[in-house]
Design a protein around this ligand. Structure first.
Ligand code: CTP
Length: 404
């Protein structure tokens, strides 16, 4: 459809970037990016009205997003045609603007385009040897100023290298080391670093990216307190295992990977020093507050769990220790617990107790003539504890207990 539209508008359109790269790699990728040599916004609007979808346009950047009815997104960018007028009688030349567009990108593997106009549909446009680099499993920049222009590309290089099991090329690696020795990293804003860290932590194997970062001294370059010690590596290894286990078993609630892994990256850092890290990474006040709170809750729970004995302690006790803690914290506790039975019981908590609810609600309590207020919560908590410990199985039993 997009290709036909391009023909009708008399312009060339291309699929670009990760979408094309992943076709060559045989990996699934649903994010379609288009570049149009023409008016990208006009193209996006006409495309949306053809296939059904909404358009969000950014006229400043001449880009638009088409959100299709099934929530799929198609990004459309404009590559402007540039005409260079030669003096005297020589004709004006039209520079291929897709080439310019691709040249601005980070790595050769991301600088591929695929023609989508019907006559040339599926033709690969590869100006920079990307196909060869994919064959040789190499991450290579397009020019020597790439990391100076944008140091976050260092983290992107690592992320793609580890994701595809590629190698950063020799010259590219020298450019990375050069950029690091120029301390370009310390000039990067916390927001941008944090964004890249989040992307890394959403990867299949975040630990191998973090190890590579450490190898290159990037952890300390972000903040001296973030050096990956042997102890932290061990904790992060456990976190990856627990995280994978959780992803396999539970679709809900979704966890936010960075909350889990930043806990591991800052293990052993004192509370007041932790804020140095959260400030460097430009956490919002809310994120910072919640992160510190999560840290505190974990510390407290670890202490309490030490006193919890299987068979002796009540299950409701486990519930009250764990229930206030967000799931990222629960997973951290699981990873940090040395005792097998604690892990097993935390897993039980996630499977059964976490989502358990009493069979009596506020309306029932009002019907009994109890006035709404804090006492409601207290009664419901008491019922929950009794239910977990198996003292009140049925709704009738719970109503009776509530009356008392
Ligand atoms: N890009 C870049 N420099 C950056 C970020 C992005 O040159 N700092 C370019 C890349 O060439 C990339 C394109 O912008 O192909 C889109 O970026 P993004 O969506 O992050 O890349 P994907 O390759 O789609 O990454 P992923 O597979 O992780 O979604």
């Amino acid at each position: 459809e997009a290709g036909e539209l391009a023909d009708q508008l008399g312009c060339e359109a291309y699929a670009v970037g990760g979408f094309v790269r992943d076709i060559l790699l045989g990996r699934p990728n649903l994010d379609l990016d288009l570049v149009v040599e023409g008016d990208g916004i006009d193209f996006a609007k006409k495309f949306a009205s053809r296939v059904g979808g909404r358009v969000k346009a950014h006229s400043k950047f001449k880009t638009a997003v088409v959100i299709l009815d099934d929530d799929q997104r198609v990004d459309v960018a404009t590559a402007r045609l540039e005409y260079y007028e030669y003096p005297a009688a020589l004709p004006t030349v039209e520079l291929s603007s897709i080439k310019m567009d691709l040249y601005r990108r980070d790595f050769t593997v991301n600088a591929l385009a695929l023609r989508i106009n019907p006559g040339r549909y599926g033709q690969l446009v590869d100006f920079f040897g990307a196909e060869r680099d994919i064959r040789n499993k190499t991450i290579r920049v397009l020019h020597s100023l790439s990391f100076v222009e944008d140091p976050t590309r260092i983290l992107r290089a690592i992320r793609f290298e580890r994701r595809f099991d590629f190698q950063i090329g020799g010259q590219t690696m020298r450019l990375i080391k050069n950029a690091l020795s120029l301390k370009l990293f310390s000039k990067l804003s916390g927001t941008r670093v944090m964004h890249e860290l989040q992307l890394i932590m959403n990867e299949e194997d975040p630990l191998s990216c973090m190890l590579r970062m450490q190898e290159l001294g990037i952890m300390e370059a972000i903040h001296p307190l973030l050096k990956l010690t042997q102890e932290r590596i061990q904790i992060l290894t456990e976190l990856v295992k627990v995280h994978n286990w959780y992803k396999l078993l539970y679709l809900e609630p979704k966890i936010v990977p960075w909350k889990l892994y930043i806990l591991g990256m800052t293990a052993g850092v004192k509370r007041d020093q932790t804020t140095q890290v959260t400030k460097r990474l430009h956490f919002t006040p809310k994120e910072e507050r919640e992160f510190l709170q999560l840290r505190d809750m974990i510390g407290e729970a670890l202490m309490k769990l030490m006193g919890w004995k299987e068979g002796k302690s009540k299950l409701s006790r486990l519930y009250s220790i764990l229930h206030p803690i967000p799931v990222e914290g629960i997973l951290f506790l699981m990873a940090r617990s040395r005792k097998e039975y604690i892990r097993r019981n935390i897993s039980q908590y996630l499977a059964r107790l976490r989502s358990m609810a009493v069979d009596v609600n506020g309306k029932d309590l009002m019907d009994m003539g109890i006035k709404p207020g804090p006492v409601f919560g207290q009664i419901l908590d008491k019922l929950m504890v009794a239910k977990i410990d198996g003292r009140v199985e049925t709704r009738e039993d719970q109503l009776k207990l509530a009356k008392r």
